[in-house]
Design a protein around this ligand. Structure first.
Ligand SMILES: NC(=O)C1=CN([C@@H]2O[C@H](COP(=O)(O)OP(=O)(O)OC[C@H]3O[C@@H](n4cnc5c(N)ncnc54)[C@H](O)[C@@H]3O)[C@@H](O)[C@H]2O)C=CC1
Ligand SMILES: O=C(O)CCC(=O)C(=O)O
Length: 410
């Protein structure tokens, strides 16, 4: 594949991909605005924080894969990609430990005012009176919103500090997550109000999206305990910054933030933000994932995704419709000969039916294969008999799909 890297990735990944025959063009200086003018001629695009907007997909001539070398995909117009049949894949979980480490670092920094301590010492001021007061973390209570890869690792690290961790009960949470959370001592609150009113620290680890936009608003902040600490290493949009500013000004809360609503992407630039500059905030520059360990793990994930893709497997795709669109599945065992599938598809299209998804698996030895074809429309005995009569077809089975069942192939 011809791959454009619009952000920096490890040299090792690039050499590994090149050793496997891919051409890697690395242009970390490209901005979101430059991308549309640069994308022609590339099959794949790999980005970290660089935004990938609709014009990129409109300008692309052969783009088939965008890999987000990280977890959050809110920086990519996944709908525009879906409209043009471009897969957008992320690398889930691989940078979670790094983000969890920074989250605890921010908490310690807020509690002990480490940044202010350092600034005063660097300015030649000793002030044990001012800095010799802190609540301490042992025995405090932390709420975690978003108990996924990062949330669970934050819970694990918080528990090691003697912090009691709690989360809200949430329908649809996997049994595996509940079991891991309980193993770590996480306890459950039935309502958000109860969770916030009983927590000294609230840590956000939810993805950005319509459900979580301004999840932390004035009402949310008003329910937090007086003097509580808000930690946000997820996305800036999750917090209504005007409301946070008011709560900070009123001395109601303190905050440790790695992400901001209108933060710049990668690189260096002049930037001011009232929340980031607030004295009750310890802020970092969206560096949660920026450790060598996390970037090695992410780079390995990128290589795996590109390699799998070149072998026809799409891993961690975030813009596929996982609900089956077909109404029935045909399973066709056949001799693996040139033209068999073309004849099968001919019969399906002659019956006026549309194929929604198909997969063909060849057995060892290359003699036989099984095709699984999800089809939209009404099946008929005539079609099934016509398929059975085709040369090299060994058997045809037909199963009507339950519209509620997930396809879950990618
Ligand atoms: N600061 C940084 O450098 C980084 C930030 N992130 C951000 O952190 C987010 C979380 O990352 P991961 O833990 O890897 O993702 P994840 O997908 O493993 O976990 C997200 C969790 O949030 C839950 N969730 C979704 N909506 C929710 C809601 N409305 N209320 C409560 N829970 C909800 C999901 O069920 C899931 O368990 C990413 O989407 C990304 O935006 C991720 C990596 C680095
Ligand atoms: O690559 C980065 O620095 C950002 C990481 C991030 O925010 C993510 O993985 O969602």
């Amino acid at each position: 594949m011809r791959l454009l890297f619009a952000d920096r990735l490890s040299e090792q990944t690039l050499s590994e991909l090149e050793a496997r025959g891919h051409e890697c063009v690395v242009e970390p200086g490209l901005s979101a605005d430059d991308l549309a003018g640069r994308i022609t001629g590339f099959d794949g695009l790999v980005v970290r924080s660089t935004k990938v907007r609709r014009p990129v997909f409109e300008a692309a001539d052969r783009l088939s894969l965008v890999v987000r070398a990280g977890a959050g995909t809110n920086t990519i117009d996944t709908d525009a990609a879906a409209e043009r049949g471009v897969f957008v894949c992320n690398v889930p979980g691989r940078n979670a430990a790094a983000v969890a480490e920074l989250t605890l670092g921010l908490l310690l920094a807020v509690d002990r005012r480490i940044a202010d301590n350092v600034a005063d010492l660097r300015a030649g001021r000793w002030d044990k009176d001012r800095y010799g007061k802190a609540e301490g973390l042992l025995g405090s209570t932390m709420a975690i919103l978003g108990l996924g890869s990062i949330g669970l690792l934050v819970a694990e690290r918080a528990a090691a500090f003697g912090i009691r961790v709690q989360a809200q009960t949430r329908p649809g949470r996997s049994a595996q997550t509940v079991a891991r959370a309980e193993e770590l001592g996480v306890t459950w609150c039935d309502s958000l109000g109860e969770l916030l009113a009983t927590s000294d620290v609230v840590s956000l680890h939810v993805p950005a999206g319509p459900d979580t936009e301004h999840l932390v608003d004035a009402a949310f902040l008003a329910q937090m305990k007086d003097g509580a600490v808000l930690l946000n290493t997820s996305r800036g949009d999750v917090v209504d910054e005007e409301a946070l500013l008011a709560a900070l000004d009123a001395g109601r809360v303190r905050a440790g933030l790695d992400v901001y609503a209108d933060e710049p992407g990668s690189g260096q630039t002049a930037w001011t933000s009232k929340v980031a500059q607030h004295p009750a905030v310890v802020g970092t520059h969206h560096i949660g994932a920026s450790t060598a360990q996390a970037q090695r793990a992410i780079a390995q994930g990128v290589t795996e995704i590109v390699e799998a893709f070149t072998h026809g497997e799409v891993r961690h795709c975030v813009n596929l419709d996982h609900s089956r669109l077909g109404s029935f599945t045909l399973t066709i065992r056949h001799h693996d000969r040139v033209g068999v599938l073309a004849q099968v598809l001919d019969q399906v299209s002659s019956a006026g039916l549309n194929v929604e998804h198909m997969e063909n698996r060849v057995f060892r030895g290359g003699q036989a294969a099984v095709a699984s074809i999800d089809v939209a429309g009404e099946s008929s005995d005539v079609l099934v008999e016509a398929l059975r009569a085709l040369p090299h077809v060994l058997s045809v089975a037909e199963v009507t799909l339950d519209p509620a069942s997930p396809a879950g192939s990618a």
